[in-house]
Design a protein around this ligand. Structure first.
Ligand SMILES: Nc1ncnc2c1ncn2[C@@H]1O[C@H](COP(=O)(O)OP(=O)(O)OP(=O)(O)O)[C@@H](O)[C@H]1O
Ligand SMILES: [Mg+2]
Length: 380
């Protein structure tokens, strides 16, 4: 009985919350973890183990409490997961996959080793190695520097355009990447179960916030050539197979000005680029992850309706207890679906929620999304 299987989730943020919401429909036995009690997923579950998912103890303890472990964040203690895997615990995605993906350097090497198209790169240990590379000509401006670990939402990523920018160099192990001239950024979700069944979701288009370096608007389906769409889905299937991974993998691609697809990065878990699947597709990314790890038949990924998703970010200049200004007006709009994560405190650009807007005409949905963004503000 799947309802008896105890599923442990490392993390209890918004992705954990939406995973718990999906699991509750089938009355699944899902256990979340987080550092403190007022975590976003607390609103939908009382099955909770308090602790730090980067600590060996918490992860190992969770392992002895549940039958299957999954994650909603990559930055977890993989040593404990590897130990549990050796003891026979089912862990999806597999710890080795998490270990490769949570280090952007190992991730890039993986693409190179598996002939997966990605931007040219080299690895450095600190800023002085970058300066030496510039002096010898092995590194050239402009380039992108990415911290190998612990960067997210663009925070460990910076573009170096000129000599003057070099003062900002991160002095830590990094990936130095060629700066790509991007026409569009797209993402494809792919899922695989232990039986080897694989499904992909139609590609989505990501439009970035000009300063916060966060996805501002996500458009489903992506407005791209069907041939490119096909290529992206084929690459997604190859990548999840190359990782020999079970679970859900989100793949971010750059479509270059020359119409070439390059893999930017992947995340082995539910992803910001899949929020729209809750209302916009037959099977949500959250239900799909549960199907995959429980070795159930994977669900239909088809689009129910074109959709636009916007992140609800903390308003610049506001910090403190969160208030949702304009919520009543937005709730009066047709086919507008608001998700509030329940983080008590708002900060500039913090992800506080998201809104999915459906319309059979994607241009109408885009216009409505702009109105939602103008109307709904997270303030203190
Ligand atoms: N090589 C590159 N050339 C041009 N732009 C790039 C390059 N690498 C990254 N970017 C830009 O920076 C953004 C953030 O990079 P990346 O996805 O690697 O970082 P991240 O911190 O993991 O982001 P997130 O958590 O938001 O997915 C990309 O979506 C893209 O817009
Ligand atoms: Mg990214």
């Amino acid at each position: 009985m799947i309802t008896n299987t105890r599923i442990g989730v490392l993390g209890g943020g918004q992705l954990g919350k939406m995973l718990a919401q999906a699991g509750s429909r089938w009355n699944l036995n899902l256990w979340l973890t987080d550092k403190d009690f007022d975590f976003p997923a607390a609103a939908v579950t009382n099955k909770f183990i308090q602790g730090d998912f980067t600590s060996h103890d918490l992860v190992y303890q969770l392992g002895h409490h549940v039958d299957i472990i999954t994650i909603e964040i990559e930055n977890v203690n993989t040593d404990a997961l590897i130990k549990l895997e050796k003891e026979g615990k089912e862990i999806y995605p597999q710890p080795g996959v998490i270990q490769t993906i949570k280090d952007k350097g190992l991730q890039k090497q993986f693409y190179r080793d598996h002939a997966i198209p990605t931007s040219a790169f080299q690895l450095v240990v600190n800023a002085s190695e970058v300066r030496k590379g510039l002096a010898s000509g092995s590194i050239k401006l402009p380039f992108v520097q990415k911290s190998r670990t612990e960067g997210y939402d663009g925070r460990g990523v910076q573009v170096m355009h000129s000599e003057a920018d070099l003062e900002q160099l991160f002095n830590r192990p990094s990936v130095i990447e060629e700066l790509i001239s991007i026409k569009k950024e797209i993402a494809v979700l792919v899922a695989r179960n232990p039986a080897g069944q694989i499904v992909t979701y139609p590609a989505v288009e990501m439009a970035f916030h000009p300063t916060a370096n966060l996805v501002e608007q996500l458009i489903s389906p992506a407005r791209i050539d069907p041939g490119i769409e096909q290529q992206a889905e084929t690459m997604a299937k190859k990548i999840i197979q190359d990782f020999d991974m079970v679970g859900l993998l989100a793949i971010e691609f750059f479509l270059t000005q020359e119409d070439q697809l390059l893999v930017n990065e992947v995340a082995p878990r539910p992803h910001n680029s899949g929020h729209h699947t809750i209302e916009g597709n037959i099977t949500s990314q959250y239900e799909q992850l549960l199907r995959a790890i429980l070795d159930l038949p994977l669900g239909d990924t088809s689009i129910r309706s074109p959709a636009v998703m916007i992140n609800l970010l903390g308003e610049p200049g506001h910090q403190g207890e969160a208030h949702y200004q304009g919520l009543d007006k937005v709730l009066a709009m047709k086919d507008v679906h608001v998700h509030i994560y329940g983080k008590k405190e708002t900060k500039p650009f913090r992800k506080m929620g998201h809104v999915t807007i459906l319309d059979k005409d994607i241009e109408v949905a885009i216009a409505k999304a702009k109105e939602v963004a103008r109307t709904l503000k997270v303030v203190s």
